[in-house]
Ligand binder design. Structure first.
Ligand SMILES: C[S@@+](CC[C@H](N)C(=O)[O-])C[C@H]1O[C@@H](n2cnc3c(N)ncnc32)[C@H](O)[C@@H]1O
Length: 265
């Protein structure tokens, strides 16, 4: 990997794992651990470290997408890595797919989808609030260094979305996702996959009914719990605290037929 250059961003990481995402320029950067001259980062390699004026070691890394999501501007609730990983995998994204997403929020899910597309295919993100569309675009541009050519952001309501898109996948993170199911159902290719994140359990039942009535089958709902562990020379036990709940994930497949009637087996 190339050495750090002037103007790029570095993830300064303390020995305890605290992180700061900082631009490399001719300026000091200070934390409670002391001050670094950011110019000293130029020419270093990833994994090298610098010492602050207080003697604290700061490792130098390029940001992972996980790191980036925790440091970027977040004007809305975002989807966190635990759920992003599952959504990308259960959505079975392949390079070349056309993906329709709504809403874009801060762009966390869009970043994960664009990463999975690997510069191929296309992501269309529909967001009704222009200020969030701008904020997400900035986050995405800063991460990739430029706004990816295969990403379009459409400002509008997904329920009235009128563009002709033949989507292989649909991803939703909306307060009332069921309202847009008739619209996105008509845009999703047969056999295509819809993935939705819902923070509240009531959303799942409303979703279920609308998915059933709009030609979806194999409807699954689940949540993921992640428990961190403290492992060092003295301790090997779960962390005292955990994030108990983020959201429920719904995965469903589009079929050409609407089967009237009752519950899934
Ligand atoms: C929780 S945020 C999405 C966060 C995003 N998935 C992320 O990871 O950063 C929900 C977004 O949906 C947008 N939204 C709500 N209803 C919408 C609709 N009917 N059409 C388009 N966007 C909508 C909101 O403005 C908000 O930006």
């Amino acid at each position: 990997m190339s050495r750090f250059r002037m103007g790029e961003w570095v993830m300064l990481t303390s020995q305890k794992g605290k992180k700061w995402y900082v631009k490399i320029e001719d300026a000091p950067f200070s934390t409670h651990l002391g001050t670094l001259n950011m110019l000293d980062v130029v020419g270093k390699q990833e994994g090298d470290f610098l010492e602050t004026h207080k003697g604290a070691k700061m490792y130098l890394f390029r940001s992972t997408l996980e790191d980036y999501i925790f440091t970027m501007n977040r004007p809305t609730q975002v989807i966190y890595p635990k759920d992003l990983g599952a959504m990308v995998f259960y959505g079975d994204i392949q390079p070349g797919h056309t993906i329709l997403e709504s809403g874009i929020g801060s762009g966390s899910l869009s970043l994960a989808l664009l990463r999975a597309l690997g510069g191929q295919g296309r992501l269309v993100s529909v967001e009704k609030r222009p200020e969030f569309a701008v904020a997400a675009r900035e986050n995405i541009t800063r991460f990739f260094g430029e706004h990816p050519a295969n990403h379009s952001i459409v400002v509008g309501d997904i329920q009235d979305f009128g563009m002709t898109v033949r989507a292989d996948r649909v991803f939703l993170d909306l307060p009332e996702p069921w309202h847009c199911i008739p619209t996105v159902s008509g845009l999703l290719t047969e056999g295509g996959i819809l993935v939705s994140l819902s923070p509240n359990i009531g959303q799942l039942q409303a979703m279920y009914k609308d998915l059933k009535h709009n030609g979806f089958a194999n409807i699954r709902n689940f949540e993921l719990l992640k428990r961190d562990w403290l492992i060092d020379e003295r301790r090997a036990r779960p962390n005292d605290r955990m994030i108990a709940h983020t959201g429920f994930i719904t995965v469903a497949r589009k079929t050409p037929v609407v089967i009237p009637g009752s519950m899934e087996e």
